[in-house]
Design a binder for this molecule. Structure first.
Ligand SMILES: [Zn+2]
Length: 232
């Protein structure tokens, strides 16, 4: 078995004594496996993957959705996450101050809203706060890594993504980061930011890309495995 990466998708490739090529996507994390005839060359395998790209992504999204946490109601007592720590949500009704979040040292996350604020607004206040915190952190990570890597990020943003932790457009020098990372340990965000920034040095996941990762973040493999739920 060997690991290959085609179009940002990590694939376990097994060459066997078979006549046809087979592809499958597996729960819980949408791992992609290919069995191919021993003599089949990589160009053909790449083309094969390319022709099934949207199908692969659809299968992966299905698993991501199945794993998703139960719906939040954004009421007091719910457990919410911020950079790897868990907090009990505490709704505080107020007419005096602006709506927002305050993290307390005793493990509570106070959500300040006006009386009778509906669920969708409570959710929006928390999401906006998450978004701002994540942007602040990404901004300082980029500032930290730019001089080390000798690259310049033109623009970055945060959005919800179903199957990816980040994306990079090397031509525009623009990076997108998955909003979900604000809930996970900070090392995961740093790993994703570094990965996307390495794309400014090398577009594909080539050997050169991997040697940059080894240089900048020697433990990236174990961070990645943990982020993708491949180890505990
Ligand atoms: Zn990549």
């Amino acid at each position: 078995m060997e690991k290959i990466i085609i179009f940002d998708i990590e694939i376990e490739l097994t060459k066997k004594n078979i006549k046809n090529i087979y592809i499958s996507v597996h729960p819980p994390n949408g791992a992609v496996k290919i069995s191919a005839p021993k003599k089949m060359d990589m160009d053909y395998i790449e083309l094969f993957v390319k022709s099934r790209l949207s199908w692969i992504r659809k299968q992966q999204e299905k698993f991501v959705n199945e794993k998703r946490q139960p719906e939040y109601e954004y009421v007091s007592g719910e457990r919410h996450y911020f950079f790897g720590d868990s907090y009990i949500l505490n709704i505080v009704y107020t007419n005096k101050r602006t709506q927002g979040i305050e993290i307390r040292n005793n493990g509570y996350m106070d959500l300040y809203v006006r009386d009778n604020t509906p669920k969708n607004i409570r959710e929006r206040v928390l999401t906006e706060w998450y978004r701002n915190k994540l942007k602040e952190t990404i901004s300082s990570l980029i500032a930290k890594w730019e001089p080390i890597m000798g690259v310049k990020v033109n623009e970055f943003g945060v959005k919800r993504m179903k199957t990816r932790w980040g994306t990079c457009n090397p031509t525009a020098r623009r990076i997108w980061i998955n909003l979900e990372l604000v809930k996970r340990k900070p090392i995961f965000l740093e790993y994703v930011v570094v990965h996307e920034m390495v794309h400014l040095l090398e577009r594909s996941h080539s050997k050169r890309f991997i040697s940059y990762m080894d240089k900048f973040m020697p433990n990236w493999r174990s961070v990645k495995a943990e982020l993708n739920g491949l180890k505990n």
